[in-house]
Design a protein around this ligand. Structure first.
Ligand code: MIG
Length: 686
């Protein structure tokens, strides 16, 4: 059951598609409202799930999270805001219910930080819509033969937590579905600088029999960082390159940035100025920000016409054979604003000749660094929303969402039958209908491997299913063992991409000497593909979760509820990756009897039934261990070096089940937009 409340006069975000009628605030259940803050008394055993893309635990208790889409290239445990704003919470305790705070403004969630037993939610400006969601208990239907996925779509057989997520997702609409090839392996780097370098990556992968489906193009494929242009010096044969690699089963996926370069003669700039499509400053002049290309304007993504115009620009690349994109810098990230940069030059001059003591020096040192993503700058430009002038900070969290929506809507028009790959850095709930996300600039740190795992279920709750982190880590230098361990997690997650920053150690698997171990782990991805795709699609089509915390499946098990380093992937599999350097194994908790399945070089080398409880499991660097749940089946393909190689008809069934058990395998052509759960399901019986 979903109850809607409205506080003040909030701006429409278009996160929610179906709005229930408004209740009076006096009827607010569970929470207290003091006119400024929503609060909840939590008991010791309450767990707070949700908040999508954020640092820290699966259980969010004990920190302050601020929804304020931020370019956070140096994020760590202490960070309060990452790239997305995902205001959905799930409280699991004496009372179990979900909360969605719908507002484009900044929201602060103090989840038992100030006071251990108190949740406090504060919305800047105080205008928001609140949805309180409780599990709907329907009487079990009898008689009718229903598939498990259909049952789930009806809410049967789900825990209260799963039920609440499903209801919430019904509110916000179906998650984005990428093409099937986007479940393959992606290799990225900031940047592959030339056609030659791109060909070399593909060649190395193929030569080492490392599976590959995508190579990503970062900003240097563009002519001086101008969106929708090609650097013809470095990529003279861009169209041929796209076609040639596609022949080999490798798609090129270019980046698109939010900022548009200010340059006479550049069509995107000129059209934007001529039609008033860019964000304006207080005086009505185009707002100037510094990003990659130097001076830029920001397209007014929140203006319908401008959004339509920007989206249609992707056609330039679609026409060159491109079938997927990633949208970057759309928080939007600002290196500097022109105005503040000028002020800074004057200010710095004042320090010249001074005897700088500690205060002066730190102030001086900090000033240039504070230029980027400076708060005041976000309050100094404006959108034109249906003729209304709206200051950016009031709608900040929608910018990335609407940029990705601009592309998503354009793709529907330009490619009505075909799925186009799209994922974004910044996001707000609602954007999940138009694209996935990657989790931004992480680092080659073991702690970020674990953070990747912890974020997945929270993102899924919020509708973001096609998601992943930069495997191996974006910033800093990756090591062979870190990449192997990270890939051993990454092969279970929908968006599987190895990406790294330009100043870091080369991070393609073939850069670390012998490739055998990498080959085995990546090959396993393609063996798992029918299962992973099937589970992804069932989650997308029945508003379910692809990656779940253990507490969702065993809500009564107090130990399972507290597990922070294992996940359920779909209905049959539990994973427990190693995330510590030099560890040769780890402790795994089994809420019930399960079958341990060990892979080496993508071949099964062990199947052992283990009783419920804690176990120490050895997992060497070149092995992957997963657990098959009791009563469940895991279909495995023979493998392949690209998604189109995988044979879905020849499946090996790994199982921990009796004769007669069945698995519902979903499949489709992997590229049509039209998808149908019933039509795609096929029962596999033991
Ligand atoms: O400020 O395009 O998160 O993936 O490689 C850096 C260069 C801009 C940030 C993205 C990262 C990408 C990088 N971009």
């Amino acid at each position: 059951m979903i109850k809607r409340f409205v506080f003040g006069n909030p701006m429409e975000t278009e996160a929610v598609l179906k709005k229930p009628q408004i209740n009076s605030i006096e009827m607010l259940p569970h929470l207290a409202w003091d006119g400024e803050t929503l609060s909840l008394q939590m008991s010791e055993e309450d767990i707070v799930y949700g908040l999508g893309e954020n640092v820290r635990g699966i259980n969010k208790r004990g920190w302050v999270y601020v929804s304020n889409c931020s370019d956070a290239p140096h994020h760590h445990e202490d960070t309060h805001s990452l790239y997305g704003a995902h205001n959905f919470l799930l409280i699991d305790g004496k009372e179990t219910f979900g909360l969605f705070i719908d507002t484009p403004a900044k929201v602060t969630f103090d989840v038992g930080y100030t006071k251990y037993d108190e949740l406090r939610i504060t919305v800047e400006d105080g205008a928001f819509e609140l949805y309180v969601i409780e599990a709907d208990k329907k009487a079990a239907q009898s008689g009718e033969e229903q598939s498990r996925a259909e049952n789930e779509a009806d809410g049967q057989g789900l825990s209260d937590l799963e039920q609440i997520v499903r209801e919430f997702r019904g509110l916000i609409g179906r998650s984005y579905i990428p093409p099937k090839w986007a479940f393959g392996v992606g290799q990225s780097r900031w940047s592959y600088m030339t056609s030659q370098e791109v060909r070399e990556v593909a060649r190395q992968y193929r030569e080492h029999h490392l599976p590959l489906d995508m190579i990503y193009l970062d900003i240097d494929y563009m002519e001086r960082y101008k969106d929708f242009t090609i650097n013809r010096e470095a990529f003279p044969d861009f169209e041929e390159l796209v076609a040639e690699l596609k022949e080999q089963g490798v798609r090129l996926v270019p980046i698109i940035d939010a900022g548009v370069k200010v340059e006479e003669g550049y069509d995107v700039y000129e059209e934007g100025v001529a039609n008033g499509y860019f964000c304006k400053d207080a005086d009505g002049k185009e707002f100037v920000v510094g990003v990659w290309p130097g001076r830029c304007h920001l397209p007014d993504m929140l203006n319908d016409e401008a959004r339509h115009w920007f989206g249609r620009k992707y056609k330039v690349l679609l026409d060159m054979g491109i079938e997927g994109f990633w949208n970057d810098m759309n928080e939007p990230a600002l290196f500097y604003s022109e105005k503040r940069l000028n002020e800074l030059f004057d200010k710095l001059g004042e320090y010249k000749g001074r005897n700088m003591g500690v205060d002066d020096f730190f102030e001086f040192q900090h000033m240039p660094l504070a230029l980027s993503n400076y708060e005041e700058d976000y309050r100094s430009f404006y959108h034109n929303i249906n003729g209304q002038k709206v200051r950016h900070d009031k709608v900040h969290n929608l910018f990335g969402y609407y940029m990705t929506r601009s592309a998503g809507e354009a793709f529907e028009e330009l490619e009505p039958d075909k799925r186009i790959l799209m994922f974004s850095r910044a996001s707000y709930i609602g954007m999940h209908r138009y694209g996935g996300i990657w989790t931004g600039d992480n680092k080659s740190w073991w702690s970020h491997l674990l953070m990747n795992l912890k974020m997945m279920p929270s993102l899924n709750m919020c509708g973001f299913l096609y998601t992943g982190a930069d495997l191996g880590g974006f910033g800093m230098d990756c090591t062979r063992d870190l990449l192997l361990r990270w890939l051993a997690l990454g092969i279970f997650l929908p968006l599987l991409r190895n990406h790294s920053a330009n100043w870091t150690r080369r991070q393609e698997p073939y850069q670390f000497g012998d490739t055998e171990a990498f080959r085995g782990i990546l090959a396993l991805r393609y063996r798992l593909l029918p299962y992973l795709y099937s589970e992804f699609m069932k989650a997308a089509l029945a508003d379910g979760m692809y990656a779940r915390p253990l507490g969702f499946a065993w809500p009564e098990d107090p130990i399972a509820r507290r597990v922070e380093d294992q996940l359920l992937i779909g209905e049959s599999v539990m994973i427990a990756p190693v995330y510590e350097q030099n560890a040769v194994g780890r402790t795994v908790y089994l809420p019930e009897e399960m079958k341990l399945v060990r892979f080496r070089g993508a071949q099964i080398t062990e199947e052992t039934v283990l009783p419920a409880g804690h176990h120490y499991v050895e997992i060497p660097l070149d092995e992957v261990v997963l657990f098959v749940r009791k009563g469940h089946i895991l279909p495995l393909a023979l493998g392949g070096e690209k998604v189109s190689d995988v044979d879905w008809d020849e499946l090996e069934l790994v199982h921990f089940a009796e004769r007669g058990a069945r698995y519902e395998l979903y499949d489709d052509d992997g590229e049509s937009r039209e998808v149908d759960l019933d039509a795609g399901i096929q029962w596999i019986c033991l």
